[in-house]
Design a protein around this ligand. Structure first.
Ligand code: ATP
Ligand code: MG
Length: 271
């Protein structure tokens, strides 16, 4: 994590589909913005759910992440404000799926996003990247740009098994492309305390990953699922709902973790 004043850059990633990545990205962005942090949310998924869920029209005029990745626009040109969330969005839509093919022909193809981000790192306290449910070249661009990865996960039977692919990818990116990359933490989402199996898997995750598991647990909460259809982050749509409160708490916990980590880095002797 970052000891200086430029943005902390975090990917929200899990190659499993529908586990709550986008919901986490949007609500964390809004929770951090409510804490007066300057936030950019990058939608790295051609589905464009983070864009729409932030109240931004994914098919609207203007540049999108696609143009940024192929070098036709800068982030400063393409970003738009999420009026409802209080943060900036770098929007995406279906066009982005074409970037995979365009990127293959480029030199340092996994570094395109990182290069683009360099120009705006001082504009933000946090840059959050909502990754697609794949371990594709797009996700690789996300991981190559980031200081860390936040993994939202459901406490289901195969959850731990599915994680090993992602953890191996993170290790490979760390070893070969991005020596700054860390696993920031695992966030248990869509949690239902009434389900015994979920409690069992939750304790297994704690045993296995220890301190890397965030204390905050996001409950299954229908208000979080309703919010995107109103173009609002859940924490804004119904701030008194259990889901909203949990994401606000998560924002707090992440801030504390970031501060602790930054202090630890400052304390390290410089060589
Ligand atoms: P994809 O892999 O397709 O990008 P994702 O990992 O980004 O999916 P989301 O889109 O955030 O997952 O969530 C999947 C579905 O679950 C959505 O309909 C969302 O509204 C719903 N959902 C997410 N978190 C919760 C929650 N805590 N409680 C209830 N519903 C939730
Ligand atoms: Mg998503």
């Amino acid at each position: 994590m970052n000891a200086n004043n430029s943005a902390n850059i975090f990917c929200i990633a899990n190659q499993k589909g529908g586990v709550g990545k986008t919901t986490t990205a949007i609500n964390l962005a809004a929770a951090l913005a409510a804490l007066r942090k300057r936030v950019l949310l990058i939608d790295l998924d051609p589905q464009g759910n983070a864009t729409m869920g932030s109240g931004v029209d994914k098919n609207g005029a203007g540049e999108h992440l696609y143009q940024v990745l192929i070098g036709d626009a800068t982030i400063a040109q393409a970003r738009v404000k999420s009026e409802s969330g209080g943060y900036d969005v770098l929007p995406a839509n279906r066009e982005l799926s074409g970037a995979e093919i365009d990127l293959i022909q480029m030199e340092s193809r996994e570094q395109q996003l990182k290069n683009a981000i360099q120009h705006v790192v001082n504009d933000y306290d946090f840059i959050l990247i909502d990754c697609p449910p794949t371990l594709s070249l797009l996700t690789l661009n996300g991981l190559a740009s980031a200081h860390g990865v936040i993994i939202p996960m459901q406490c289901e039977y195969f959850a731990l098994e599915g994680l090993s692919d992602l953890v191996n990818t993170i290790k490979r990116v760390y070893n070969n492309i991005n020596p700054e990359l860390q696993l920031i933490g695992l966030l248990r989402v869509m949690f239902d305390t009434r389900v015994t199996l979920q409690q069992q898997v939750s304790s297994q995750i704690e045993t296995h990953f220890g301190e890397k598991v965030f204390k905050t647990v996001i409950p299954r909460n229908v208000r979080l699922a309703e919010a995107p259809s109103h173009g609002l982050p859940g924490v804004i749509y119904d701030r008194n709902s259990r889901g909203a409160k949990a994401y606000v708490e998560f924002g707090d916990e992440l801030l504390k973790r970031v501060k602790k980590e930054a202090l630890r880095q400052q304390a390290r002797p410089r060589i």
